[in-house]
Design a protein around this ligand. Structure first.
Ligand SMILES: Nc1ncnc2c1ncn2[C@@H]1O[C@H](COP(=O)(O)OP(=O)(O)OP(=O)(O)O)[C@@H](O)[C@H]1O
Length: 501
């Protein structure tokens, strides 16, 4: 039985239990003259005490007593900010939260609970406690550098930001510095020159192009390792793919993703170095060749169709049994699906990249121009239909192509399937990705790798896509950098979406 009472002495010993309930300690409750505010396991409730005391049935004190109809219950996830408001004639506890207006939209709303002057001190402490619980493991009042690609996706990124995202950032007391990208590759320059100590995160309101540029801008800095490991790079929906936003927030509804971001915890995730010719670039999402790359980069003429272009393009290629002969050299880490399943729940701590150098980490396996290391497996894929190597679980809406991906397991998820599997099987692989069931498809070769070299054969030209950006149709090599990047995620070391267990 709790014996705490409010300062005006109106709460009786034992009566508090009715307001606090199981799982909430006395410090979690703020008992005011007429209302009680209680921090519970995953919510905060505001209950009318007079109603509760009058109606209270002594045989039923339990966790739900305070949650009567008419009482307010707000999930801690949706609590954006709280404060004690003081003016000359009144004071109040104000809780600002994300309120749902349908399934894909939340807007800030503020609940104001009047308090007496004598309650100010304990209200202050309670508000602090509420914020600590609402932001458990996450930084409050983040400092955000927002980059908007005004041309991203259907060109609506700026409007989406102003109407759905900015109100959430403001309500969550974030300090925001907004910049519109002015020309292609502008975000590389911005990231190169960014004061990394002035911000907690760069938030790209864009497709996959802007985060790709930001990672590469950070990678070009003399203090690349420090920059990549300290500033979080995030994506909110403003383009056509939004794979990173889906992977870390589990949605492409802008206001919901914005709430996930302000409540997001710093999570390290793997980045990949790609070498081609004399160039070295960073990849954060995926590398593809074959059908996926052609759909991404080679169906611009069908853009007017919207997302249907992918279905139409896919059908055309599968029916024609298009083949993309390839020589692959692979530094294998986990070879079978059974082993990948076993590995799914284990976690490998990433190395501290900052302790041993300044620029990008040195390449462990050399570049595409070097000899292939002896312990790599050489594979000939004369009938390659699709090559897709991923770093995150979700590539775009309903495409959870890499259900075994973990933010910082230190491996890439390398998949291939043959172009002559037949259209039913090809379709069932792609459709299976909606729920991650593609992982178990017998025709989908799925491995964890540390590095690989991709060498296209017997084709004059074609498409290779790195994070949705076209690179030359020529050999390239990839190697993982365990936990080199950082982003903000709902859960530590976990992507959102269907995963294998
Ligand atoms: N002001 C601008 N004018 C023209 N291009 C720009 C501008 N700002 C950025 N870009 C370029 O737009 C490209 C696409 O960006 P982004 O990925 O955000 O949009 P998208 O339409 O979703 O593209 P994608 O189809 O690749 O996902 C990037 O390569 C970027 O360099």
């Amino acid at each position: 039985m709790s014996t705490s009472s409010n300062e005006s002495g109106t709460a009786l010993a034992g009566e508090n239990d009715a307001f606090i309930g199981l799982g909430a300690s006395a410090d979690d409750a703020l008992l005011l003259d007429s209302q009680s505010l209680t921090i519970r396991e995953d919510s905060v409730t505001v209950a009318d005490r007079r109603k509760a005391s009058k109606k209270r049935d002594p045989s039923c004190c339990g966790p739900n007593v305070a949650a009567k109809s008419g009482d307010e219950k707000i999930s801690l996830h949706n609590v954006l900010w709280a404060r004690v408001y003081i003016s000359e004639d009144k004071s109040a506890v104000q809780i600002t939260h994300a309120k749902a207006f349908g399934k894909r939209l939340v807007k800030p709303a503020t609940l104001s609970i009047p308090i007496a002057e004598s309650d100010l001190e304990k209200a202050d402490q309670w508000v602090e406690r509420l914020l600590a619980r609402a932001y458990e493991g996450a930084q409050q009042a983040k400092r955000l550098k927002v980059l908007i690609n005004p041309n991203g996706g259907p060109g609506a990124a700026e409007k989406t930001y102003r109407t759905e995202i900015e109100p959430i950032f403001t309500a969550a007391s974030c300090a925001v510095d907004v910049e519109l990208t002015q020309y292609p590759k502008h975000a590389i320059k911005i990231a190169q020159e960014l004061d990394i100590d002035a911000y907690d995160a760069v938030v790209c309101i864009s497709g996959d192009g802007i985060p790709h540029e930001v990672f590469n801008g950070l990678g070009k800095r003399p203090d690349a390792r420090k920059a990549l490991r300290s500033i979080a790079v995030c994506q909110l929906p403003g383009g056509s793919g939004n794979g990173m936003c889906w992977s870390f927030t589990g949605t492409d509804a802008a206001s919901l993703a914005a709430v996930a971001l302000v409540k997001g915890k710093r999570t390290h995730f793997d980045l990949v170095s790609i070498t081609q010719g004399d160039e070295r670039i960073l990849s954060f999402l995926s590398q593809s060749a074959g059908i996926t790359a052609e759909l991404d980069l080679g169906t611009e003429n069908l853009r007017w169709m919207g997302n249907t272009r992918f279905t139409v393009g896919f059908l055309q290629r599968v029916v024609a049994e298009r083949l993309y002969p390839t020589e692959l050299y692979v530094k294998l880490a986990i070879e079978s699906k059974e082993e990948i399943r076993r590995h799914a729940s284990t976690h490998r701590e990433p190395p501290d990249h900052t302790c041993d150098g300044t620029g990008l980490p040195p390449l462990q396996y050399g570049t595409v121009k070097d000899e292939v290391p002896d312990d790599w497996v050489k594979e000939w894929h004369p009938k390659m239909g699709n090559f897709w190597c991923g770093n995150m679980i979700c590539m775009s809406k309903d495409v959870h192509y890499f259900p075994a991906a973990r933010p910082n397991d230190g491996y890439m998820d390398l998949t291939t399937w043959d172009g002559n599997v037949g259209r039913i099987k090809a379709f069932s692989i792609m459709l299976g990705a909606e729920t991650g069931r593609n992982f178990d498809h017998p025709q989908l070769n799925y491995r964890k790798v540390l590095a690989y070299r991709f060498v296209p054969k017997n084709q004059k030209d074609g498409y290779i896509s790195i994070d949705g950006e076209k690179i030359q149709f020529a050999p390239f090599q990839a190697e993982i950098h365990h936990g080199l990047g950082v982003s903000l995620s709902l859960r530590h070391n976990s992507f959102e979406g269907p995963t294998i267990t």
